[in-house]
Design a protein around this ligand. Structure first.
Ligand SMILES: Nc1ncnc2c1ncn2[C@@H]1O[C@H](COP(=O)(O)OP(=O)(O)OP(=O)(O)O)[C@@H](O)[C@H]1O
Ligand SMILES: [Mg+2]
Length: 504
C-alpha cells in the first residue's frame, strides 16, 4: 500500500536561516504520526510546505503514491490534506456552522450557500467521529477544546483525509487532551491519517504510532514509540543532555509584594466574573494558579495589570493600592508580565526583535530616559537576551514574526525578567517551548524567586505548577476554592479541586 505522505529531500531557506534541509518523511496511512524537535528545528515550516502555504526551494512530495506540486493550500485541500494551525482562525461572532462553511465551495450554488445541506453534512461528520460540538452555537461562547473541534470539523468538512495539527495540545488542559486523543483515534480508525507536532514527550509516547525527530532543519531519526523512552527522545531532539534542574531550599519571606483583598470584578454586561478573591504573594515566593481555562484566570491577570478595574475590594502592590494606577504605571513600578497570547499581547510581529525589546518598557531605564528611546541599549540588551535565553535567530534585526513560536516565547520571558521586577505575572511561560528550553526557563524563574521576586504562575501544565510553586491557589467559577501545598497534594486531588469538587 502506498504511504499517505512521502517527502524527500526538501530544502527551504529563509534569509540567514536554513529552515529545512534534506528532510525525509514517510507517513503511513491510518497512522498518528508525531513530529518532535527543538524550537526552530523546522517542524512548522515542513508542515506548511505539506499544506501548500510555503513553497520549498527543492525536494519532492507524494501523496497517496502520486507525486504532487503544491502551489497553495487550495491544491493541498483538493488532494485531501488539511491543517489546523496553532493559533485558531475562527470568527468569534459567527456560529459553528457558519465558521465551518466559510470559504468552502462545494455547498455554495451561484453564491447561495445551501445551509440545510451543509448543516446535515456537518452533523454527519461530527457524529461519525464523535466530535462533540453544536452547529448553532456561537463560537465566542466556546471553550478552547471546543474551538479546536470546530477547526478539526472544518478541515474534515472540506474532505481532508490527512490532517496536520501544529501543537494541538499546547493550549489544552489535561481533560481536553484526553478528549482530543480519543477523537484522533476515532479518525484513524476510519482510515484517516494524522500528523501532529508536540513538545510533550509523554503524550507523544502515549498516542503516536510513529515518531519523527527533527534537529536543526533536518529529520534525524524515526523512532518506534513502543520501545522509546522520554529521555531518548529528548536527547535525539537536543543532541546533548538536558540541563539539570536547580534545587532550592530558600523560604519565601513574609514581605507581601502582591496583596489582593476581597477583589471582585464584573464584566461590562454586569455579570460578576470574580467573586471576592483574596490572595497574597510574598517576596521569594511562587504561587501557582491552577484552574480549568475560563474560570476567571484572565480577568484576575487583567485586574492585577490594571487593564480592568475592580467592582469591589482592593489590589495592592508593595502596599500601594493600584486602583488609580494606569497599566503603564503598574509596569513601571516593577511588574513584569508574560501574557498568555504572545502574538497578540507581547510582540509586534512585523517589527525587528530589538524593537520588541522596548515594548512595554518604553518609559523606564535602560530602554528610555522617560523622553527618548535608547536604541543602543535596546540593541545591546537584545543581544544579551538572545544569548542568555538561547533564542535561535540569525540576528536581532529579524522581524519577531519570523522567529519560530518557541523562540518568540523565550525572548518574551527574557525581556520580562529584565530589570528584576518585584512581581512577575507569568501566564503559560513555557507554552510551545521544547523540553530543553522549558528546563532553562524553569531555572530562570527559580533563580528569580531565590533572588526575592514574587511570581504568580498561571499554567495549564500541572507538572509546571507542581515543580515550581511554593503554594497552589485553585480558581474555579471566579473564586479561589483552595490553597494547596504542592508537596502534599496529588495531581488527582488538584484535578478534583480544579473542577470544583471538594476535597476531604
Ligand atoms: N517566514 C519566515 N521568515 C524567516 N524565517 C523563518 C520564517 N518562518 C520560519 N523561519 C525560520 O525557520 C526556522 C524554523 O522555524 P519553524 O517555525 O519551522 O520551527 P519549529 O520547529 O516549528 O519551532 P517551534 O517548536 O518553536 O514552533 C526558524 O529558525 C525560523 O526562525
Ligand atoms: Mg512551530
Amino acid at each position: 500500500m502506498a504511504s499517505a505522505v512521502e517527502i524527500k529531500g526538501i530544502e527551504k531557506k529563509y534569509p540567514g536561516v536554513v529552515a529545512n534541509h534534506n528532510v525525509t518523511l514517510t507517513v503511513q496511512k491510518g497512522h498518528i504520526h508525531a513530529i518532535i524537535g527543538e524550537n526552530g528545528a523546522g517542524k512548522s515550516t515542513l508542515m506548511k510546505i505539506l499544506y501548500g502555504m510555503v513553497r520549498p526551494d527543492s525536494g519532492t512530495i507524494s501523496i497517496d503514491g502520486k507525486d504532487v506540486v503544491l502551489k497553495s493550500p487550495h491544491d493541498s485541500i483538493a488532494l485531501g490534506v488539511g491543517m489546523v494551525h496553532q493559533h485558531f482562525m475562527l470568527a468569534d461572532n459567527a456560529t459553528v456552522l457558519e465558521n465551518v462553511i466559510l470559504g468552502s465551495e462545494p455547498v455554495s450554488f451561484g453564491g447561495v450557500i445551501q445551509h440545510t445541506a451543509a448543516r446535515d453534512k456537518l452533523i454527519e461528520i461530527t457524529e461519525k467521529y464523535g466530535l462533540d460540538i453544536d452547529p448553532d452555537q456561537n463560537v465566542a461562547e466556546l471553550s478552547v477544546g471546543e474551538r479546536q473541534r470546530v477547526e478539526i470539523s472544518k478541515v474534515l468538512f472540506r474532505g481532508a483525509q490527512i490532517l496536520i495539527l501544529d501543537e494541538p495540545t499546547a493550549v489544552l488542559v489535561p481533560q481536553e487532551v484526553d478528549e482530543l486523543f480519543s477523537n484522533l483515534k476515532d479518525l484513524t480508525a476510519h482510515g484517516l491519517t494524522i500528523i501532529f507536532i508536540s513538545h510533550k514527550l509523554d503524550e507523544v509516547l502515549a498516542i503516536a504510532d510513529a515518531i519523527t525527530v527533527m534537529r536543526t532543519g533536518t529529520t534525524v531519526a524515526s523512532v518506534d514509540p513502543k520501545s522509546a523512552t522520554k529521555k531518548q527522545l529528548a536527547e535525539l531532539m537536543v543532541g546533548r543532555e538536558l540541563p539539570k534542574r536547580r534545587e532550592v531550599s530558600t523560604q519565601p519571606s513574609n514581605k507581601k509584594v502582591l496583596e489582593i483583598e476581597n477583589a471582585s470584578y464584573s464584566a461590562p454586561d454586569g455579570r460578576e466574573i470574580l467573586h471576592e478573591i483574596s490572595l497574597a504573594i510574598h517576596a521569594g515566593e511562587i504561587v501557582g494558579l491552577a484552574g480549568v481555562e475560563g474560570n476567571g484566570q484572565s480577568e484576575l491577570i487583567e485586574l492585577i495589570m490594571g487593564l480592568v478595574k475592580t467592582s469591589g475590594g482592593t489590589v495592592s502592590i508593595l502596599d500601594e493600592d493600584i486602583a488609580e494606577m494606569s497599566s503603564r504605571k503598574i509596569r513601571d513600578s516593577g511588574v513584569g508580565y508574560i501574557p498568555q497570547d504572545r502574538q497578540r499581547d507581547a510582540l509586534l510581529m512585523s517589527a525587528p526583535l530589538w524593537e520588541n525589546r522596548i515594548l512595554g518598557h518604553q518609559s523606564t531605564q535602560p530602554m528610555s530616559n522617560g523622553l527618548w528611546i535608547n536604541k543602543g541599549n535596546a540593541q545591546k540588551d537584545s543581544e544579551r537576551l538572545v544569548k542568555e535565553f538561547d533564542v535561535r535567530t540569525p540576528s536581532i534585526n529579524v522581524m519577531a514574526g519570523a522567529l519560530s513560536g518557541g523562540n518568540q516565547q523565550k525572548f518574551i520571558v527574557g525581556r520580562e525578567l529584565s530589570g528584576d521586577p518585584h512581581l512577575l505575572i507569568a501566564a503559560q511561560p513555557t507554552r510551545g517551548v521544547d523540553v530543553g528550553a522549558q528546563a532553562l526557563i524553569w531555572n530562570y524563574l527559580i533563580e528569580a524567586r531565590v533572588a526575592g521576586m514574587a511570581i504568580l504562575l498561571i499554567s495549564a501544565d500541572l507538572d509546571e505548577l507542581f515543580n515550581l510553586s511554593d503554594r497552589l491557589a485553585v480558581i474555579s467559577g471566579g473564586r479561589i476554592v483552595a490553597i494547596l501545598d504542592p508537596e502534599k497534594t496529588t495531581s488527582e486531588e488538584l484535578g478534583l479541586a480544579m473542577t470544583g469538587e471538594k476535597i476531604a
